[in-house]
Design a binder for this molecule. Sequence first.
Ligand code: 5GP
Length: 204
Amino acid sequence: MEKKGLLIVVSGPSGAGKGTVLAHTTEKYSNLKYSVSVTTRAPRDGEVDGVNYFFKSVEQFKKMVAGGEFLEHKEVHNNYYGTPLAHVQKNLSDGYDVVLEIDTEGALDVKNIYPDCVMIFITPEKFSTIEKRLRGRSTESEEQIQIRIQNAYKELKQAVYYDYIVVNEDAQQAAMDVISIIEAEKCKVKNNKKFIDNLIYGGK
Ligand code: 5GP
């Protein structure tokens, strides 16, 4: 079958556990590259520059915007976040599948640029879990937690624009669900036109 990199866009409210689900997903599915975003927010304990995010100052971020270095960029929860364009393009053209973990507004921008991208929305089963997880990780101030809870309602309302919803009660199971989606997408006829042409016209 032909190898064509899929662009997968994952969103969901803060506290949905997207990061953990995607960490399990990339561990189990080696063709998947996680797109490391650029942010102006401060690193949390244990976060590594270049692994979780590229941490930049607001000034550096604005320079990157002016230089056209982002596929999309947004202000989320009072910080700036952006997807570096070059990484995404290179990995897709090398045949890797690429996953972006971005907010719903950025996701809709990406959908306009790459209409074939696969949009997955990750959420816990109950809204109360969002607040519980945000408080449990003790990484945000009370003010930040309140901003994130308000934004969670806004993000949930955008779920209707996505192709798939994955409920994350168990991160390993949710990762398996994401992999099933990717595998099903790879089997879609529209993603295998060249393969079919080769069967017909490519000789024995
Ligand atoms: P956090 O600060 O919790 O790591 O991320 C906050 C929000 O920003 C999450 O919804 C996350 O998906 C989103 N985000 C992370 N990177 C990007 C990005 O490059 N672009 C956009 N638009 N949102 C991002």
